[in-house]
Design a protein around this ligand. Structure first.
Ligand code: SAH
Length: 444
């Protein structure tokens, strides 16, 4: 399918910022309200149509069947294999804060301190193997592990690149949803790129994840488990370069993290709370990347977290951004950047402006100058990402000379700029390439 280039993909229907939680978990708070009314309860709104289960589906040319050939309502693609009522992911210790875990232990008729012991195994020793939990009575280990450490994700496939220092894992959740994470080891740091949703409803036409639509939000524990799995592999010396630790997490895998707001924030807390409450990572080493859901960005600024905010801008002008990041139909460049500067002011953190360079689409020198004008003097840094072409797209990365000019114009405007390396490109593990093809190469 050709991505829309000049025509707007659909009329402005607004954007959904969250969806109801699984029945057995505390539901998320009301989705952030529209601009100017952060946190106020509103009806969930959607970008593009949704199917019966409330999943956002990607529009297709009228009457055309989806990628899998499944017929759907005219103009819609409904992901196959998912019933309207899908089971919630099993409850897991990492979904709960320490008080919730103690309450869960009490519900099982166990002393509350068992919750801390179990947390120490999961977050501290990175184990969920009852045999290793010798501080727990043998008789109750299996029951505790079954109730609070259920298996959530099964590795379906692992691919390596960069001499084993980049590892992409395709995970299958209990309900059959697919998601991916990527571990990237650099000298002195290891970054886990994690998914916040199975699929994505934001439909950016240059992004592979955006092509298939949203399957569902991930639970907090499903997000955390991606990091814990990476930490385990590193601790066990299974990643090239010897034993190590996860130092950074970027929410740049599948999904729009701020559209799964409550679970993502809870995951950030689990990652950064000290052991045994969490993994004990530094908030400053966590990056949340967004298409620009303005009310959620404002809510994030009020959380008093020191996480880095990345904003996927990709164009300095609304005309082009409306096409590249369709949520721009709802929140314009000026509003998105306004929220970004407020985030910087509230947290003192430099905002990262993500800009995928697409040949002859957004890489003109005049656009670099326009971007420079928007960002000059701001607490911001531009991360240029050479476009990773996705299957079927007619777009490709910029010519080296155009990229150099773009960098030079930004630098001339006094804007700090770097070009991101394209780790994992050949295993489709680079930015925007996560499409969760399963072992047969079919979309998950
Ligand atoms: N939904 C979040 C996270 C997406 S992935 C967001 O949009 O920010 C992280 C980054 O990769 C985003 O900036 C996204 O726009 C970018 N990206 C997506 N597809 C890409 C591609 N094919 N090539 C390069 N960057 C891409």
């Amino acid at each position: 399918m050709e991505p829309p280039v000049t025509a707007l993909p659909w009329p402005d229907r607004g954007v959904r910022t969250d969806r109801p939680g699984p029945a057995d978990q505390p539901g998320p708070a009301a989705p952030p309200g529209p601009a100017g009314q952060p946190g106020q309860a509103t009806r969930p709104r959607t970008v593009g149509p949704t199917d019966q289960a409330g999943r956002t589906t990607r529009p297709r040319p009228s009457g055309q069947a989806g990628r899998t050939g499944q017929p759907g309502p005219p103009g819609l693609t409904v992901r196959p294999g998912f019933s309207a009522r899908r089971p919630a992911p099993p409850r897991h210790l990492a979904d709960l804060d320490p008080a919730g875990r103690r309450a869960a232990a009490a519900e099982l008729g166990q002393p509350q301190f068992r919750a801390d012991q179990l947390s120490r195994h999961y977050f501290g020793r990175l184990t969920e193997d009852p045999a290793q939990m010798t501080d727990l009575p043998a008789a109750s280990r299996a029951e505790l592990v079954k109730a609070l450490l259920p298996g959530l994700l099964t590795a379906q496939r692992e691919q390596q690149a960069d001499q084993g220092t980049t590892v992409k894992t395709l995970w299958r959740a209990a309900d059959g949803a697919y998601l991916e994470s990527v571990l990237m080891r650099y000298p002195g740091r290891v970054t886990m790129c994690v998914s916040s949703q199975a699929g994505c409803g934001m439909a950016c036409p240059f992004c592979a994840t955006g092509q298939a639509g949203l399957t569902r939000n991930l639970s907090t524990a499903e997000i955390v488990e991606q990091v814990v799995a990476g930490a385990r592999a590193l601790a066990a010396g299974r990643v090239a370069g010897g034993p190590g630790r996860v130092s950074n997490v970027v929410f740049m895998g599948m999904g729009e993290p701020l559209a799964n707001y409550n679970r993502v924030i809870a995951a950030v807390r689990r990652l950064t709370d000290p052991v045994p409450a969490g993994l004990g990572m530094s908030q400053r080493q966590i990056t949340v990347s967004t298409v620009g859901l303005v009310p959620a960005m404002r809510k994030l600024a009020a959380e008093e977290l020191s996480v880095t905010l990345a904003v996927s801008l990709h164009a300095p002008d609304d005309e082009l951004r409306d096409e590249l990041v369709p949520v721009n139909l709802r929140w314009k460049v000026a509003e998105v950047l306004g929220a970004a500067w407020d985030y910087a002011a509230a947290t003192g953190r430099r905002v990262s402006i993500e800009y995928a360079l697409i040949r002859d689409v957004n890489d003109q020198a005049w656009r670099a100058e326009a971007l420079g004008e928007l960002l000059a003097g701001r607490l911001a840094h531009v991360n240029l990402i050479p476009l990773n072409p996705t299957p079927g797209s007619k777009w490709t990365a910029s010519r080296p000379a155009d990229q150099d000019t773009f960098v030079a114009r930004l630098a001339a405007a006094g804007v700090p700029v770097t070009v991101r390396d394209t780790r994992g490109r050949e295993i489709d593990g680079a930015c925007g390439q996560l499409a969760a093809a399963n072992a047969d190469g079919q979309p998950g």
